[in-house]
Design a protein around this ligand. Sequence first.
Ligand SMILES: Cc1ncc(COP(=O)(O)O)c(C=O)c1O
Length: 361
Amino acid sequence: MGQLRIPGPTPCPTEVLQAMARPMINHRGPEFAQILYDVTDKLKQLFQTKNDLFLLTCSGTGGLEAAIVNTLSPGDKVLSVTVGFFGERFAEIAEQFGAEVIPLRFEWGRAVDIDSVRRALQAEPKIKAVLVTQNETSTGVTNDLAAISAVVKEFDKLLLVDAISSLGSINLPVDDWHCDVAVTASQKGWMVPPGLAMVSVSPEAWQAYEKAKMPRFTWDFTRAKSYLERGQTPWTPAVSIVFALSVSLDMMLKEGLANIVARHARVGKVARDGVKSLGLSLFAEEKYASNTVTAVTAREGLDIKKLVKIIREEHQIVLAGGQQSLEGKIFRIGHLGWVTKDDIAAVISALKVALPKAGTA
Ligand SMILES: Cc1ncc(COP(=O)(O)O)c(C=O)c1O
């Protein structure tokens, strides 16, 4: 079996996978209730929040939908601040549910410019919420969420954050940075297979909920909250993934959040330095280059698809290609969750051998 170096799903420690082999239990019984309370409490520590926090049985996209349908009404104006493919998806969900989306797009590979956000908020006082991606997985850019949040809160708007590929790996103090809804998903830095989204909900988001009229059922926060009070979820949860998460959270808390964030920073640097040492360039503006995924630009004559294939077949390392307009133009190295500097050094060594074979000629 090879090394999975895509930005999710990520590799899972053996103990985490073994937890999923446990027999099923009653998801409405006391044993599950205890696990759910425990997992929720531990997640709150890693989100650095005292807000409500819910597990939803879906992938991250379901969590983004939950953020929107629980806080907004059709016709509400939302500022969609995007730097890549996943930001566009967040906006698309809002649009599908009837929000009036005001796009503020930045060139892919660049980070959000804070003054532009301020100008956009000044220009349209009726904006109700701002949608933003902390870590844009498609381009390998981490936005300065603290600065974005400061501006959004200066204008007293709701801040809905896609933190799917950052929470638990890159620092995100949800309460200090006033995130009204922050969304992540199990298959990213949490070292758990896909199947759960985790969302935090601030008191201001609850106030917005009271007035929000978008249609919702499966992701309704009130149902999630009232069931959680009984140690349950409204619908049958992905029980095995919750077992796995329970183990991974213990591992994460043992390592400590500050150490996890520092490890990702070290690993990210190994990836960036390694890529540059091979004469390749980073797709992201380096100041904002992500510590969970490194996007690498093709140089003249390099066939990215061929490179990814050689790395997979000859080195048993799975890398990710580019998405949408970036297909064939970049490749991405995922380094989040269960990852060390050595794992990424091995990727760089494999690239060194594979690169000369991956020309277009
Ligand atoms: C930043 C970001 N947003 C959204 C998503 C979508 O999440 P999912 O595929 O779990 O629905 C991803 C997944 O890669 C992501 O990285």
